[in-house]
Design a protein around this ligand. Structure first.
Ligand code: PEP
Ligand code: MN
Length: 367
């Protein structure tokens, strides 16, 4: 990923920042609070982060998209004054989220070095287009987070809008996806999506481990996984006093904890990482499919059991051979159209059917 990061003409600020780094030269570490809350908070956090050599950039949210109204929505313009001061005292380049053309104008007015587009904004092509129009002819790095929903085309579409507006220094931020199933993550990583993005677009990939995890406990494992998949950078939320944070308190860590976290990570060579990334993308897709298969099987057995109860109440035989033969024939022809062999279809559905019969027999007391 090194030449590739280079070929995208990463800003002088980032290059300079990367030089500070003791991690492999191409690994960007963006750290800082979820939200800029006060002048003392951002300055103390920035100064502590600047002492960690691997940290290359300071993040700080100025406008916060909140799920429900009434929560802390960011400090706005006064926060930008503090962020600029934090940059001056720490020497770290800064990044913030912009969601409207007004945000863009203000962020640039206060010398923010890089802008990111949040996951809730990327889902809306109208908003992305407005931002692209506002950035027309402005030479600033833009980092595009994945949309909240697992929609690769929507993510790519956002890049295309910024590319058309002449933005050349683009990077992707992977922050995980909303997912309808229970999971240990706040946002399910679905690694195969950012990996596929890097196959289709030549942009560096930064992994926002904080928003994937949603808690501190998972950060180390997810950050290591991202590095094993040859990520070009990590975004990690850091707060001088995380428990008091006005947003995302459970996932923020102190600068000191960040230092230990970074020391615990293995930064691999980018080349071995690339092969790993491709393989892992496919493996992760298989894992997701297998997990869906398992859930489908469980659901199928539940429905079978309900049928068993119904048959018991109405005194109907467990096995109705004619119906089953017809179903199997239909599956074999549907499978053939999808390139699946009759042997596979027969084996899989016979096994499923057998299990269903056994369950129904138990329910009906025929054992
Ligand atoms: C953030 O970075 O604090 C944030 C709001 O992120 P996302 O858009 O990924 O939810
Ligand atoms: Mn946050």
């Amino acid at each position: 990923m090194e030449p590739h990061f280079e070929s995208h003409g990463v800003t002088a600020d980032i290059k300079q920042a990367v030089k500070r780094s003791e991690t492999p030269a191409s690994t960007t570490i963006i750290a800082g609070p979820c939200s800029v809350e006060s002048e003392t908070q951002i300055i103390a956090t920035a100064q502590a982060l600047a002492k960690i050599p691997q940290v290359t950039m300071l993040r700080g949210g100025i406008w916060k998209p909140r799920t429900r109204p009434g929560a802390f929505e960011g400090r706005g313009e006064e926060g930008l004054v503090w962020l600029r001061e934090a940059k001056r005292v720490s020497g770290l380049p800064t990044a913030t989220e912009v969601a409207t053309p007004d945000h863009v104008e203000l962020a640039l007015k206060y010398d923010v070095d890089a802008l990111w587009i949040g996951a809730r904004t990327v889902v809306n092509p109208f908003s992305v287009q407005q931002l692209a129009d506002a950035l027309q002819g402005v030479d600033v790095p833009v980092y595009v987070k994945n949309p909240v929903s697992p929609d690769l085309k929507l993510w790519i579409g956002a890049f295309e809008r910024f590319q058309k507006a002449g933005i050349t220094r683009l990077a992707a931020i992977h922050r995980g996806f909303s997912y309808y199933k229970e999971s240990p993550y706040r946002n399910y990583p679905m690694w195969e999506i950012p990996i596929e993005l890097t196959h289709q677009l030549d942009v560096p990939l930064i992994t926002d481990v904080s928003h994937i995890c949603g808690n501190r406990e998972l950060l180390q494992a997810v950050a290591q996984k991202a590095l094993d998949l040859a990520t070009d950078g990590l975004m990690i939320e850091c707060h001088i006093n995380p428990d008091e944070a006005l947003t995302d308190a459970q996932q923020q860590i102190t600068p000191e904890a960040l230092k230990s976290l970074l020391a615990s990570l293995t930064f691999r060579s980018k080349q071995s990482g690339k092969v790993e990334r491709d393989l892992a993308g496919l493996r992760s897709e298989i894992d997701d499919i297998d997990s869906e298969l398992l859930q489908l099987l469980a659901r199928r057995m539940e429905v079978s059991a309900q049928i068993g109860e119904y048959k018991k109440l109405n005194n109907v035989a467990v096995v109705q051979m004619d119906r089953w033969k017809k179903i199997l024939d239909d599956h074999v022809s549907a499978g053939a159209e999808m390139g699946l062999s009759p042997i596979l279809i027969n084996k899989v559905f016979e096994a499923i059917h057998q299990e269903s019969i056994e369950r129904q027999s138990r329910i009906m007391g025929n054992d």
